[in-house]
Design a binder for this molecule. Structure first.
Ligand code: MSP
Length: 633
């Protein structure tokens, strides 16, 4: 027998309650898990929380509670949400679980004995907000963005993992396993990163205590990413290794596509088949994240139903790409596709079968060209949907299906069944129309069951089934088979949302901006006198040209008009802005900053941007009627 399909989500940090970014990953995993079950596979689905590390230690200290108390509190939020949402994971793993701690220590010890881990001294910078060591180049970029204050100098005895020894092996593995990272463009980024050279990785800390102790050297705790990644091992039953699919956000791909396979190579274990990196839910141009105070919590959306949120996630986000969230877009999608599209089609079809055939689904005897065309389209749409879903492309699959449902609306308009019903001579044609619509709905219930389990079940029952739709497998399903019996009680599938009313409510009329947590706001810097401050020449500039600096994902080179002259300025804003977004934008320039070289390009000035210690920069914008050259004072 083949091994169970093993799928994982990242484990979530416990310094925040879940927002829709986290919810999205888990929904995607759950949809995929359900889809594979309906393919007849056994599925093992793991999710959980990442509870150690400096971030959590600090967050707990700020609230005067222990890290474990903080973790317990946040974990309850996650487990309750997943329960409400009907997630079908088998285990919710916590990195504070005893079996996990033992596993991490065991592997640490094994790699130490093997020589893959060794003790030395780390001297350099560390970013607490990313829980990551920072290289010289990365530090320079943060400096350029005015974010250097989020770095701390570290000089401490540490255990290193011999990552450098795995560079060639990783590259070879990537070469031989083109499906290892998806999408391809992300895989290329990973390859370029590894080709750029790998340094040994510091994997223990002595300056924090909230973590798993190094066995036999307890003043060290194990680095949070070494600890966290191993959850996939701890949480996996012996018969399920290796993972078939590991879902991650693009921000944590490097940890999963470089460190994780290297740890597994060192441990002599099989690699996961595919690591799938999805994009972010954005608010405006920014990643939705706690530190930016722009998060949307799932509870504000779940009042429209669990399935509505699941459908919106799957339908609107193309896996791999970013997607902007808006309440309006959310409501429009649900009204168009669920209240109108599918909901309408189902209620029309069921009421016609009820009215014209007393609830008994007819068997068609004659098909005309149009009927045949509709029936054939279903035979093509069904496998196409399954193929797209198997490639984890639910966005495409749902698009395929909804395009077909729209065609059926047109078919009803053309066939005019209400007219056919008036003359018994048209009975064969009416039978054909009703049977085709019925079959389309039956296939739809089956196909959407992984995405919208409750809605699919309601539809399935309305179509006359007494079984659980999720227990039906796709394979071998007779698309043109007869109905199982008379149709059941038609139930509405989705209540249309009153958008006007919703938009006037405070919860949806604007993003519920949450209060920023004190933790991410940096300390006030040391006092300077007014003379010192006024030495800084700040003035309005206008961006004339912008392009990315090759080999840097952060730096953008711009030509900026500052009234008297045009300047070349290199800014570390490439993660927050695309060059095209910058053109003709008014900015505030520090005009008398000594020139400095960034990745070989001389930068004459700096742009002011707002951010806290964890977020990306927002460019400070002068009013629209300001002109290049105006002094800012
Ligand atoms: N604890 C680490 C993961 C360790 S896995 C061994 C972590 N946790 S996290 O809570 O910060 O993020 C968890 C996941 O949520 C990541 O995959 C991240 O990409 C995802 N998301 C967080 N914000 C997101 C959006 N705005 N949009 C989509 N997903 C995002 O990283």
């Amino acid at each position: 027998m083949s091994k169970p399909f093993y799928i994982t989500t990242p484990i979530y940090y416990v310094n925040d309650r879940p927002h829709i970014g986290h919810t999205y990953t888990t929904v995607l995993a759950d949809v995929i898990a359900r889809f594979h079950r309906m393919r007849g596979e056994e599925v093992y689905f793991l999710t959980g929380t990442d509870e150690h590390g400096q971030k959590v230690e600090k967050a707990a200290a700020a609230r005067g509670i222990t890290p474990k108390q903080l973790a317990d509190e946040v974990v309850a939020n996650y487990t309750e949400l997943w329960k409400t949402m009907g997630m079908t994971h088998f285990r919710f793993i916590r990195t504070t679980d005893e079996d996990h701690k033992a596993q991490v220590q065991r592997l640490f010890k094994r790699l130490l004995d093997k020589g893959d881990i060794y003790k030395s001294t780390y001297k350099g910078l560390y970013s607490v907000s990313d829980e990551a060591y920072v290289t010289e180049t990365q530090a320079k970029e943060l400096q350029a963005q005015g974010l250097a204050h989020q770095l701390v100098e570290l000089e401490e005895e540490t255990y290193f993992f011999r990552l450098s020894a795995y560079q060639d092996r990783l590259l070879k593995y990537y070469e031989e396993h083109p499906e290892f990272v998806q999408p391809d463009f992300r895989f290329n980024e990973v390859k370029r990163f590894v080709e750029g050279g790998l340094q040994d990785l510091s994997i223990s800390r002595t300056s924090i205590s909230w973590g798993i102790p190094v066995p036999g050297d307890e003043k060290h705790v194990i680095y949070v990413w070494f600890d966290a990644l191993l959850n996939y091992l701890t949480g996996c039953p012996a018969n399920s290794w290796p993972p078939d699919l590991q879902l991650v956000g693009k921000d944590i791909l490097r940890f999963h596509a470089v460190y994780w396979p290297a740890f597994l190579m060192a441990a002599g274990m099989f690699q996961p088949t595919t690591i799938l990196a999805h994009g972010w839910w954005l608010m405006g141009e920014d990643k939705m994240s706690k530190s930016k105070g722009n998060v949307v919590r799932p509870d504000t959306l779940l009042r429209f139903g669990n399935d509505a949120l699941r459908f919106y996630f799957m339908r609107d986000m193309q896996v791999g790409h970013d997607r902007g969230f808006s309440y309006e877009g959310f409501m429009d999608r649900l009204n168009a596709d669920l209240a109108n599209g599918l909901g309408n089609l189902a209620s029309r079809t069921l009421s016609m079968i009820q009215r014209y055939r007393g609830g008994v689904v007819p068997m068609p005897t004659v098909l005309d060209d149009l009927d045949r065309e509709m029936a054939q389209q279903l035979l093509a749409v069904f496998p196409e949907y399954l193929e797209q879903a198997r490639a984890n492309n639910f966005h495409g699959a749902l698009d395929t299906l909804w395009t077909y449902l729209r065609t059926l609306d047109g078919y009803i308009v053309k066939a005019e069944p209400w007219k056919l019903a008036k003359d018994p001579a048209n009975d064969p044609k009416l039978d054909a129309v009703l049977a085709i619509l019925y079959r389309a709905l039956r296939a739809t219930a089956l196909l959407v069951a992984p995405v919208m389990p409750e809605l699919a079940q309601t539809l399935w029952e309305s179509l006359g089934h007494a079984t659980n739709v999720a227990e039906t497998t796709f394979h071998g399903f007779a698309l043109d088979g007869p109905a199982i019996g008379p149709i059941g009680e038609p139930k509405p599938l989705f209540q249309r949302i009153d958008k006007e009313k919703e938009m006037s409510e405070p919860e949806t009329s604007a993003a519920p901006a949450e209060t920023k947590p004190a933790l991410d706001v940096p300390e006030i810097r040391e006092t300077v006198d007014a003379d010192t401050f006024f030495k800084v020449d700040l003035r309005v500039g206008k961006v004339l040209e912008a392009e990315r600096v090759p080999k840097s994902d952060k730096l953008i080179k711009m030509k900026v008009d500052i009234g008297l002259e045009q300047r070349t300025i290199v800014g570390g804003i490439g993660k927050a802005y695309e060059p095209a977004d910058l053109l003709n934008r008014l900015v505030v320039v520090v005009a008398n900053l000594a020139p400095r070289k960034l990745m070989g390009i001389e930068s004459h000035g700096m742009l002011l941007a707002a951010s806290d210690s964890a977020s990306k920069p927002y460019l400070v914008a002068p009013p629209a009627d300001a002109l290049p050259g105006f002094l800012v004072k």
